[in-house]
Design a protein. Sequence first.
Length: 234
Amino acid sequence: MDYLYADIYKKLEEKIKNMSVGEKLPSERTMVQEYGVSRNVLREALVLLSERGLIEIRPGKGSYVTNKQKASFAKHFGSFLEEDRESQMQVLEVREVLELAMFEKAALNATDEDIRILEDIYRQMERNQSVGAGYGELDLKLHMQIARATHNEIFPILVRTLYESSGQQIILIEDMFPEAMKSIHRDHLGIIEAIKRRDVKAVRKVGKRHFDVDRYVLLSMDDIGEYKDNDNNE
């Protein structure tokens, strides 16, 4: 986990281990001063803690230590995935099954506010297509927002755990195979538009294309062919 808020996340995780379920965390202002970070960085860490089941964020009231069983599940599941790096294709298969169901659920349950946030993230992605690491983080942000739009609290936990095992490879795809990256980016818009139309059939169709690894390989081969042609012409 190499995000800016990783350090503050780890410190808060250690703090929570010594707290009781139901106990309230200090106010954001207090934690900002204590840890010397911006409020945005703190909030990113709190969101991650919430998604992993360690805290419950209650708007206007603060953050409270919650049932730690979900966090334990995510931790052990993540450790299992990390054990065998050769299982990445299997992880992608699981992501496909999980996220296709998630896309459909989001198409049925997303609120207008959920969709507004998705569109805002996509606009950020449009502006950051040429920034390798930046796009990878926005990709995670988009998938996490779709998970939240299902209004099932288990989806965000599973999506983040799987993404941390396989999702960062999107950065390598972007750097090495720009045509594949363009296709991935178009899929994101198609998924959002289908969710906005509440079109379950369409969102599943775009979703299956989004996870079609063979298609990316073919696009990648086209890229390699272009590189070789350019080399021969020099």
